[in-house]
Design a binder for this molecule. Sequence first.
Ligand code: DOR
Ligand code: ZN
Length: 350
Amino acid sequence: MSDKDITRLTIRRPDDWHLHLRDGSMLQAVLPETARHFARAIIMPNLVPPVVTAAQAADYRSRIIAALPQGMDFTPLMTLYLTEGTDPEDVRRAHAAGIATAVKLYPAGATTNSASGVRDFEKVRPVLEAMAEIGMPLCVHGEVTDSDIDIFDREAVFIDKVLKPLRKKVPDLKIVMEHVTTQDAVDYVRDSHKQLAATITTHHLIINRNHILAGGIKPHYYCLPVAKREAHRIALVQAAVSGDKRFFLGTDSAPHTDPAKLQACGCAGIFTAPNTMSCLAEVFEAAGRLKKLESFTSVNGPLFYGLSPNEATITLQKGDPVTYPRHVTTPDGPVTVFDPGFELHWRVED
Ligand code: DOR
Ligand code: ZN
């Protein structure tokens, strides 16, 4: 059956391998949007203050579970925010106790709330070596932060200047290059045969830098890493639809209120949780690869993390254009939902 004939698709329930849920009233507002379709998610630790220790991760997990509406089934997989002061023993304990699934590396200053991130990679080497020993993955925000490096080159430079040396020093460390945005990153992951995978966001499969900058500036399309030129977007789509086990979904759904985004120095982040599965179905259908959607959203991620894919399923049904809320409401203002710029015809059945 060619994709043209497919109007209904049942796949294992997806997981999101990179998600921002925030805290407090924002957590309350956005959590159901993910839990509605996703079984599990890797939860980013860039709160203020960041989630650094096992104890903080356990507390944050409790707050997430408490915010989950009754009847929704969702497992947060916690991460620890790596700082130069992180204690390897605390990381070991968090892993052994099932509190933390991964550790998150932000180069200091790379993005939202990353000031406590890493400047000197030698300082975190004992933590990385402990993680390699226990098989705990490192999730990496792969951008250098040097002000003299062009923002569109920061991912490619990170691969050469940081990732390659780091992988030589700690070759057994499992690494997820998160939210890759370039052909360079796709090639690097494809050429490596050990311990390296990449997540790709929904929005980077759909927008390029023109969406942000041409015809007026569009703050709702601004995120980090910033979307690159069209050739890079095409490389990402090819990687996502290929079925290659090293590529899987990490939405990086990153809610900010409209007032926080629509200002002279607006926040980076795109909120895709409500319509991600509909958007992805369109992307995979346009590529003639609907049958690979399940690998990308529901199989490759768990395999890399050493977990079982979900047994439960969701069904996507193709039909008239789907309507979804343009924003979710929080006490601090609305959070605008990602606009893919085209109609969505695939609906996740309740
Ligand atoms: O666009 C982004 N938003 N990229 C990140 O790396 C962080 C995220 C956020 O926390 O808002
Ligand atoms: Zn993120």
